[in-house]
Structure formats: C-alpha cells, structure tokens
Design a protein around this ligand. Structure first.
Ligand code: SF4
Ligand code: SF4
Length: 363
C-alpha cells in the first residue's frame, strides 16, 4: 500500500488575487493569466508532466457552475508550460446526473465541458468502477487511509480549480472541499458524510429488484420470504448501493454530522495532497457567481448569494479558501451565514490541514 509521500508544513502563504475590479485590459481572463504567472505554476510543471485540472462540471440544470472558458484558459496555460493536461472530476455518492462515468460525462458535455471545447481529454478520475488507490496518511485521526481517485493519483501535478459556493453541509465550498471530497472515491464520500461509513436501509421504499443481492460487496443484503433484509454489520462501506438501488431505498443521513464532515473532508484532502510533491499542487478559487447552494444542485435560482470577487490562487487550500472568506466577511456576509462560517473557520483551524497565515497579493 503506498504511503504519504511528503508531510506539508507551511506558516505563511502568498495568495495571489485578481479581483473583478482590478483585472486589467483583457478583463478577468487576463486576471487568470496574471495569477497563473505570479504564482509560478508554470515553473512547477516539467516538460511532459501529466497535469490534472480538477473542476466541478456542475449538476444538470445548474447554471452558475465554473464556466468552461476559464478552464480552457487554464488548459492552454498548462500546455504552454510543457504539461499534458486533462480535466477531471469524480462520480458522486448521490443519484443525480453525475453518479457514474457515463452520466457524468453526459452532464459534462451538456454543460460545455468536452475535449473539443477544452482542448484536452476529459476524464472521470475514478473511472468506470469507482477506482482509487489507498494511501496511508500519518497524522490523520479520523480517516487514516484515504482512497484517492485513480487518475488524480496517477497525475504528476494537480491544479485544483474550485468554484466558490456556499454549501448546505460544508458551509464554504471552495478548494478544501474540491480536494477532499472531489478527488476521492465514493467509499470516502460515504465515510465523510456518515461517520459510521454505513448507509441506511428504508425497507418501505424497496422495490425488490434484487440488485443489492447481486452487487453488494459485503453481501449485507438477503432476501427472506420475499423481503429484502439489511445487515449493517456485514457492510464494508463501499457506498455503491446508494447509487445502484433502483428504489432509492438506501440513503445517508445527509446533513446530520456536518461538523464531522468538515474535519473528515480536510483529512481526505490531506491524503490527496500527500500523493503530490508540495510544489506540484495548486489551488485556484473562482469566486464568481457565488450561489447559496453548491453546484451539485440541479438549479440555480434567484440572485447570487455574494457579489463576484475574482480569482484566488496559492499552494495552500486553507490559505486560498480563507483569503476569499476574509474578503467576504469584510464586505458583509448574509446574516444567516455568519454563525456557520465562524464554525467553519474554527473547524478548519482544528483540522489536520496546516494552519497558515495568508499574505494576500492583489494582482
Ligand atoms: S437494490 Fe434497492 S430496491 Fe432493489 S432490492 Fe435492493 S434495496 Fe430493494
Ligand atoms: S455500502 Fe457497499 S458494502 Fe455496504 S451495503 Fe452498500 S453496497 Fe453493501
């Protein structure tokens, strides 16, 4: 089993920031180029390096996810630096339109992310069978082994290009969430959302299709006198049944353990980072079209929850997310978000991710 490659420890991190107001001639696209240049991402890319550009393709019906045009520009910058980029995301635990490779690619296409528009391959990082690599992470307290999505694990460089949103459970959905939740397999997503790592079976919703008897990795389901029974002790926590259950009879207790979710996601993020040399992991936060719900929601109703800020980038997901949060707090957060955001800050400070001081460098 591979072990963590390097421990990361940082005190003060430069966060480069192209604000929507300050972006010079060429507008915010030029701002992205300037941030890329000032962070010196290109220097970390050796000729031929495979570069994973991790994005969120947006749920079908969502209209405020990260625009493909930004991603295309990142792809071009990586190519100019000599890298071989691919754009990627992982399958989801819930059953919307991104829960397996085929659905996810279909949704990506519908939302404008194709090899033709982006100029590079579009891959679902955990592949057809939700493949990942177990990585032992020394110092993780809640999730000591993190299953990193295969294509992310195989890449030489990661550009974690997150779109900032509020999030019903994670509170401040930025680069930390994109890393821990977005770069790992469904097994991890189950462990992050539900500390027991086991789903809940609702017998009243079961349509007796028998798929769970066929596919459950732990053989936790049996049929007795025509009824499906679930033995949680046998469940090995792979999370697959939530996706394949025809009757939607197997679920999670979404939202019940959100504090734990933040700490666990930070641990998974640390696991993902441990598979890259420290100088080969970058975090870009697009604080534009900031919605009140995450991009996993299949609609974007009403006005954005915060005004556009711009693009942040650094080598620390903590510094990147908190730099945007500092600015949002100064400008004034919606009253109903204040308490949750303060709790988010506290939990990130308590998490295994290195606490850092952020030096904001406006472009
Ligand atoms: S897969 Fe779901 S609906 Fe089908 S038998 Fe199993 S629990 Fe019931
Ligand atoms: S999470 Fe995996 S092992 Fe557990 S019940 Fe579902 S399919 Fe079976």
């Amino acid at each position: 089993m591979p072990t963590a490659k390097k421990k990361r420890s940082q005190d003060s991190v430069a966060v480069y920031f192209a604000s929507v107001e300050q972006a010079k001639a060429g507008g915010i696209y030029q701002g992205l180029k300037d941030v890329f240049r000032r962070t010196k991402v290109a220097d970390s890319i050796e000729k031929g390096d495979v570069v994973a550009i991790k994005v969120h393709f947006g749920e079908l019906g969502n209209t405020r996810y990260l625009r493909p045009a930004f991603v295309r520009r990142l792809v071009d910058l990586v190519k100019d630096a000599g890298g071989r980029p691919f754009v990627t995301d992982t399958t989801t635990l819930y059953r919307h339109h991104r829960h397996d490779l085929f659905q996810h690619l279909e949704t990506a296409r519908a939302n404008g992310f194709t090899p033709e528009t982006l100029g590079c391959p579009v891959l679902i990082a955990d592949g057809i069978k939700n493949n990942g690599v177990d990585v032992k992470v020394r110092g993780n307290k809640l999730i000591p082994t993190v299953n990193v999505a295969q294509a992310i694990y195989d890449a030489d460089v990661i550009i974690n290009a997150a779109h900032l949103t509020f999030h019903c459970d994670f509170v401040w959905g930025g680069t930390i969430k994109g890393l821990g939740m977005g770069c790992t397999t469904r097994k991890m997503k189950l462990l992050m959302h539900q500390p027991s790592g086991k789903p809940i079976f609702h017998r009243d919703r079961c349509v007796n299709c028998g798929l769970c008897l066929q596919y459950c990795a732990g053989e936790a389901f049996t049929r007795k006198r025509g009824r499906i029974l679930f033995d949680a002790d046998k469940c090995v926590g792979c999370g697959e049944c939530i996706v394949f259950c025809t009757g939607h009879a197997i679920t999670l207790a979404w939202g019940e353990a959100w504090r734990e979710l933040i700490l666990r996601t930070a641990e998974c993020g640390r696991g993902v980072l441990s598979t890259f040399a420290p100088e080969k992991a970058w975090h870009f936060l697009f604080a534009l079209d900031i919605t009140g719900d995450c991009d996993c929601i299949g609609a974007s109703e009403g006005q954005p929850a915060l005004p556009d800020m711009g693009i942040f980038a650094s080598q620390s997901p903590v510094a990147t997310d908190l730099a945007a949060l500092d600015i949002a707090e100064k400008a004034g957060l919606p009253e109903e978000r204040v308490e949750a955001v303060q709790t988010f800050r506290k939990l990130i400070a308590e998490s295994v991710l290195p606490s850092v001081r952020c030096r904001l460098n406006p472009i």
